[in-house]
Design a protein around this ligand. Structure first.
Ligand SMILES: Nc1nc2c(c(=O)[nH]1)N[C@H]1C(S)=C(S)[C@@H](COP(=O)(O)O)O[C@H]1N2
Ligand SMILES: [Mo]
Length: 314
């Protein structure tokens, strides 16, 4: 259906909607009708309101386990920059501005560069990756992320031979992120992984989920996803990626070194000092499940830690 005004059509042929909607409402209706026409599959399947992304490849890395509902993934969040209350973050982040946005790649690389987020995204084919995600607090979800392997950006950046770690930094802007007005963590939020973890094919930079651009509460416009590690490694709203020789001090190591180690690999055999990590509550399920070694990705990643004592390197 077209609700555009056609000069060939006289007033009596115009859809009645236009008659009773005021001009602003009418424009809004036209825009959503145009969006529906452009993306019929999404709206028929029940779209979520985010901008749909063009996806080149889809792979399920979660053994066909049921996906967490979009509603849960978008309304039960950890994002201390806004609040420590998981249910409050969607609302508190609704006016956050993820564009314009730049991401700086710096440190021990031959090709340091500042990227516009959309230019960066266009450099890589987008993939949908369905991953299990496990929070250190004991809950888990299955999320269809949209993104690209971090390895692609690392190759473009040409790390120096002495680069051993990759450090990520979240935006620091207390005017937009009201949780940053209190020192609940050291701001800005910093996370880091080893370079060999960063180039691992399971490690992605995500720009979307459920086929759409990332909602603010999930880390728009760019977040890391490392599915075999506790959720806090998957840093949100990244503005800087820095290559270093020394192991960086991350925000969580700084906040509680006995509780949050650098590696943070999901490990049911190594308890958090204050609780067991043997089981988890999958959001949407009643009974707890057993937590899997490396969150179920042991086959792909265990070799990265060969010979390491995972109790010491937690
Ligand atoms: N910048 C930033 N990134 C962050 C966090 C945070 O507080 N700030 N929380 C982490 C934690 S503890 C988890 S479990 C995941 C939650 O991601 P989700 O809200 O998309 O499920 O984000 C991680 N990334
Ligand atoms: Mo978490």
């Amino acid at each position: 259906m077209s609700i555009e005004k056609d000069p060939e059509i006289n007033e009596s042929d115009v859809t009645p909607k236009e008659v009773y909607l005021d001009r602003r409402e009418f424009m809004a209706a036209s825009v959503s009708a145009a969006a529906a026409a452009a993306f019929p599959a999404l709206t028929e399947a029940g779209g979520h309101g985010g901008t749909p992304l063009k996806i080149d490849k889809r792979v399920d890395y979660a053994s066909k386990e049921e996906q967490t509902s979009y509603k849960s993934a978008a309304s039960y969040n950890n994002f201390y920059e806004f609040s420590t209350e998981k249910e409050g973050i969607a609302e508190l982040s609704k006016d956050f501005r993820p564009r314009p946005w730049t991401v700086t790649v710096e440190g021990l690389v031959k090709k340091p560069k500042r990227y516009d987020i959309d230019a960066l995204t266009r450099l890589f084919p987008l993939e949908e990756r369905i991953y299990r995600m496990r929070c250190v607090e004991g809950w888990s979800m299955v999320i269809p992320w949209v993104g690209f392997p971090l390895d692609g950006l690392i190759k473009l950046s040409e790390p120096e031979s002495n680069a051993k770690f990759v450090e990520f930094t979240t935006l620091h802007d207390p005017s937009q992120m009201i949780g940053q007005r209190r020192e609940v963590l050291q701001w800005p939020y910093v996370e880091a992984i080893r370079l060999d973890e960063a180039v691992h094919p399971l490690t992605i930079l995500s720009v979307g989920m459920y086929g759409e651009v990332l909602p603010n509460q999930n880390g728009a416009p760019l977040r890391l996803v490392v599915p075999w590690k506790y959720g806090f490694k998957s840093i949100k709203s990244i503005v800087k990626i820095r290559f270093t020789q020394q192991m960086p001090i991350t925000s969580w190591m700084q906040a509680g070194p006995q509780e949050y180690g650098f590696y943070a690999n999901v490990n049911p055999n190594v308890d958090h000092p204050r609780w067991s990590q043997a089981t988890e509550r999958r959001i949407g399920e009643l009974l707890r499940r057993k937590t899997l070694m490396f969150n179920g990705y042991a086959e792909q990643v265990a070799a990265l830690y060969a010979g390491m004592d995972l109790r010491k390197n937690f």
